[in-house]
Design a binder for this molecule. Structure first.
Ligand SMILES: Cc1ncc(COP(=O)(O)O)c(C=O)c1O
Length: 397
């Protein structure tokens, strides 16, 4: 049977930009983290208990019976006017309504990053991300052969003074990607003071800042500093998503920023998927305009806040004194600093029936060896407690 050589032949056809990897050991752990028979504190998935249910069925029926073909037809590349207006209204509540040409709908936030890569990044371009950051963003920029470099993060979010040092050292980066609210994976939030400093620095250096808003709506009640887009729409492009608030199956997000840039992203989208799904756009609009999305978000916040509390209590009880961790004020994640190797702990945890993600893949460069990320978004409180209890005996320190 000549199957293996055949496979190797296709392998040889892969473009150079696809050959980078997260490392064999890490891939193995990430794959196992999705296993069914473990307590998963690994993925960044929203809890299905927050999903809309039968209201969506009613709206679908209405759309089908209305005689309006738009939900079933191709849509304009930047989105249908009604859904775009609805999203613009949501951004207005956050301090700034995008002007003419400043907003497009995308197939999730990850697509906005992909379009940015396609429209802006040439091979070897410097792209700055947080260290640690969302793995999907590292992969998106690396797939366009960017030189992705990390800027440290502490409990107040991105270290803006470190960014200033990196900018001074040159060469000028194409962009900086940041997740200011309840960051993935660290759970930290960029302070108001640093937001002001960041946009001031960006203006001084002509730096494009990409603000990823993935978890902002899922806050646990505290004051939230303003969005970067509302502070500086001249230097900020915001990428948002309805994956964590409506449901990820709809694959819907947005990009809002300077019109010249948005029009280039629209250009890039024409030959990826051409337009975000019209049916999802109209579903979101109807669900949102009738007030259901806001109600869903309120319910989701309660669920995730309570799980955060359970996770914090369990960490203190089972791991206290042997590791440190962040206390997220929203979102899905806490980030642990251990006295152990994160990959080794993740392996031992899997043997004990718990999936967590080691810190390493969240760094574009060195870092994360002694970190793990714990997600409390999907497991029940009982399983969070049990999962963290099982981690306790696995740690040194
Ligand atoms: C920070 C961040 N941005 C974007 C995404 C992906 O969003 P979407 O489902 O809209 O592509 C995620 C999902 O895990 C995320 O954590």
């Amino acid at each position: 049977m000549a199957i293996e050589p055949e496979l190797r032949r296709w392998d040889a056809l892969f473009a150079a930009r696809t050959r980078g990897g997260a490392g064999e050991g890490l891939l193995e752990i990430l794959a196992l983290a999705g296993a069914q028979d473990v307590i998963s504190l690994a993925g960044g998935f929203p809890d299905p208990a927050t999903f809309p249910g039968t209201i969506v069925a009613e709206i679908l029926r209405e759309l089908a019976e209305s005689g309006d073909a738009s939900p079933f037809q191709y849509a304009p590349t930047d989105g249908l006017p009604g859904p775009r207006d609805y999203v613009a209204g949501r951004l207005e509540r956050e301090g700034r309504r995008p002007g003419e040409g400043e907003l497009m709908l995308t197939s999730g936030a990850i697509e906005a990053l992909e379009l940015l890569g396609k429209a802006l990044v040439d091979k070897g371009d410097r792209v700055l991300v947080e260290a640690p950051t969302y793995l999907g963003a590292i992969m998106a920029f690396q797939s366009f052969e960017a030189q992705v470099e990390g800027v440290p993060v502490d409990e107040d979010g991105l270290a803006v003074d470190e960014l200033e040092r990196l900018l001074a050292a040159g060469p000028a980066p194409k962009l900086l990607y940041t997740i200011p609210d309840f960051q993935n994976p660290a759970g930290v939030t960029l302070s108001g003071e640093r937001r002001e400093a960041l946009v001031e620095l960006a203006r001084r250096h002509g730096l494009l800042v990409i603000e990823d808003l993935a978890y902002r709506d899922l806050h646990f009640g505290g004051e939230r500093p303003p969005t970067l887009f509302s502070l500086a729409p001249d230097v900020v492009l915001q990428a948002g998503t309805f994956s964590k608030t409506f449901f990820p199956g709809v694959r819907l997000g947005w990009a809002a920023g300077p019109a010249e840039l948005v029009s280039k992203l629209v250009w890039a989208k024409q030959n990826t998927d051409q337009c975000a799904g019209a049916l999802g756009q109209r579903l979101l609009e109807e669900y949102g305009r009738r007030g259901y999305l806001d109600e869903q978000i309120v319910r989701a916040r309660k669920i995730y806040r309570s799980r955060r509390d359970t996770a914090m209590g369990a960490l203190e009880h089972h791991i206290g004194g042997r590791a440190t961790w962040t206390r997220p004020e929203g979102g899905f994640f806490t980030w642990l600093e251990l006295a152990d190797d994160g990959v080794a702990v993740a392996r031992r945890a899997l043997e004990a029936g718990v999936a967590i993600v080691p810190g390493r893949p969240f760094f574009a460069g060195a870092g994360g060896e002694s970190n793990i990320r714990i997600s409390y978004s999907q497991a029940s409180e009982e399983r969070i407690e049990d999962g963290i209890a099982r981690l306790g005996p696995l740690l040194n320190g």
